[in-house]
Design a protein around this ligand. Structure first.
Ligand code: NOJ
Length: 566
């Protein structure tokens, strides 16, 4: 069944991590005025919407994913007037605006949490999840359950001077909200309406499928669970009800687009979250393909790249939702390593791999999300020391590894390739000081030393411009309904080198083929395609129509888009 048309299905979303995008006042931190100065760059790439990682007031214990005031802009980013200007400037260019909705937890500096701790009778007490500790066999006070936080360590923090604990599924500075409390749900709907009234067009919901917990709380007795308690807080019993309520009270009152950041959702739940009839979310992110080079959930433990696993993640989600909902297509974000520096890709193939990855990903079925810097092939940083890495999670993991007696040199090598810091180095605009991110003040996070070679100016001046390749690819996608709405059909799912799928809409078909390896690969044309009906619509390594044959010898990271002309 063909999907219903909608603006967000035709959209291309560009993600900005504001701290690292453009620093207009030379204080070492990116800001809203800096973003406004670069909107034409984003528009010209072919993006039609921008998702802003948190711009809100925050003590930055998790760089904005710990919000202390949902209705205020962080002063380092600018003022509310700057934000209003940002919306106007985006809309003037036809760019929609998406905010990050971090609703599972607040900052411990949020006024609600402070009031909750200050007074046991405060109504804000029930905004959070506070429980008495238990006594162990020796009579020692221990947390209410054995759950562990996603950021390592226990998920409960003792409230000083009491025998009570509060739940935090992330850092101790990120207390979980109690969504069972109708007042919390009312506040959240109100926050959405506040931003929607300002003209915001959509939201990315942070770890959305952790907001409903299973009551009463129990210990996780499964010895195989590295992260304890997941079955009690992922895809919980009231998830669907809570999402519907947010829709009824806020989202459905406006023409919005929503995407949920899912924490390994159960397939059946995922289907319900995004089903067009269910009125919950429009889409969710899937990251299964990004686990094809690491042990899932433990990004810093690498494993050899497994293309079959990558294909199952990238393609299965497309097949699963045809006719029922919509999908997203992602290669990077602020939590992931740079795509050209992973999946076993060697440095010398940076251009080939960047263009190949863009083709095999964004010619698929779903809304493309592009992370800042990905469009010029920014790479992982060769960090020299732990001190250069600012992400608190990097340090939690270093400490965990130390506790397990892993030598520092080993954990450092592992973390370097996987750390979220790789995505958070300043955007590389040109070869001037600090990559043109600012005028010379020390950036909050060090600049990748490769910026003299890899930057926007150099890329645009090069014959092998990755930005221009993205531009061409996105324009092509936009011009062909088949590449937006057409169903995906996979070929050769077990092939360990080549990824192949077609997109079909009515009687129109395209075939996408790519060699996901650093050595040549043979590709045999699927039997339901006739050679004389094919032409090459796009190629990253300059294939010509004259070379179309039954068997093609694909170069490393070569990708080809065939069009069927009948
Ligand atoms: C997911 C966000 O993408 C990540 O950056 C953040 O640390 C966690 N959620 C906690 O909010």
């Amino acid at each position: 069944m063909a999907a219903k048309t909608n603006w967000y299905k035709e959209a291309v979303v560009y993600q900005i991590y504001p701290l690292s995008f453009m620093d207009s006042n030379n204080d070492g931190m990116g800001d809203i005025c800096g973003i406004i100065s670069k909107l034409d760059y984003i528009k010209e790439l072919g993006a039609t919407a921008i998702w802003f990682s948190p711009l809100y007031a925050s003590p930055w214990k998790d760089y904005g994913y710990d919000i202390s005031d949902y209705k205020a802009i962080h002063p380092a980013f600018g003022t509310m007037e700057d934000f209003d200007e940002l919306i106007r400037e985006c809309h003037a260019r036809g760019l929609r605006v998406m905010m990050d909705a971090v609703f599972n937890h607040t900052s411990n500096e949020h006024a609600w949490f402070k009031a909750a701790l200050a007074d046991k009778t405060s109504p804000y007490r029930d905004y959070y999840i506070i429980r008495k500790g238990k006594k162990d066999k020796e009579g020692k006070l221990i947390p209410p359950t054995n759950w562990t936080s996603s950021f390592t360590g226990p998920a409960w923090e003792r409230i000083e001077g009491t025998d009570e604990y509060y739940l935090h599924l992330f850092a101790p500075e990120q207390p979980d909200l109690n969504w069972e409390n109708p007042k919390v749900r009312e506040e959240m709907a109100g926050i959405l309406r506040f931003w929607l009234e300002k003209g915001v067009d959509g939201f990315r919901f942070d770890v959305f499928n952790m907001i409903s917990k299973v009551y009463p709380f129990k210990d996780d007795k499964n010895p195989l669970h590295f992260q304890k308690g997941v079955q009690y807080y992922v895809d919980g019993p009231r998830m669907h009800e809570f999402l519907k309520e947010l829709n009824d009270k806020a989202l459905s009152l406006y023409d919005t687009y929503t995407v949920g950041e899912s924490y390994t959702p159960d397939e059946e739940h995922a289907y319900r979250y995004i089903n067009e009839e269910s009125g919950e979310l429009d889409t969710i992110f899937h990251f299964e393909h990004l686990a094809a080079d690491n042990i899932f959930g433990l990004k810093m433990i690498p494993k050899p790249f497994n293309l079959r696993q990558f294909k199952r993640g990238l393609i299965d989600t497309q097949l699963r939702y045809h006719g029922s909902g919509w999908n997203t297509l992602v290669l990077e974000n602020h939590d992931q390593a740079r795509c050209v520096s992973r999946f076993g890709i060697k440095k010398k193939y940076r251009y080939e791999a960047a263009t190949f990855l863009a083709m095999i990903t964004y010619l698929g079925w779903g809304t493309p999300f592009i992370y800042q810097g990905q469009e010029i092939g920014m790479t992982n940083t060769d960090f020299k020391s732990r001190g250069e890495m600012k992400d608190p999670v990097t340090h939690f993991i270093f400490d965990l590894a130390k506790g397990l007696h892993v030598p520092d040199s080993v954990s450092f090598r592992m973390m370097k390739g996987a750390a979220r810091d790789n995505a958070r180095t300043p955007m590389q605009w040109d070869a001037s000081v600090n990559a043109g991110f600012n005028k010379g003040a020390e950036p909050w996070q060090c600049v990748n030393p490769d910026y003299k070679k890899i930057n926007v100016s150099a890329d645009l001046a090069s014959d092998k411009s990755i930005y221009r390749f993205y531009q061409k690819l996105l324009a092509l996608r936009k011009s062909e309904d088949t590449l937006i709405y057409g169903n995906t059909i996979e070929y050769y799912p077990d092939d360990r080198q080549v990824i192949t799928y077609s997109r079909c809409y009515g009687d129109k078909r395209f075939l996408i083929v790519g060699n996901f390896s650093g050595v040549r690969a043979d590709f045999i044309m699927p039997s339901d395609f006739e050679l004389d009906e094919l032409s090459i619509r796009m190629t990253n390594l300059g294939r010509s129509d004259a070379e179309i044959a039954e068997v093609l010898h694909l170069e490393p990271y070569e990708a080809i888009l065939f069009e069927e002309n009948r």
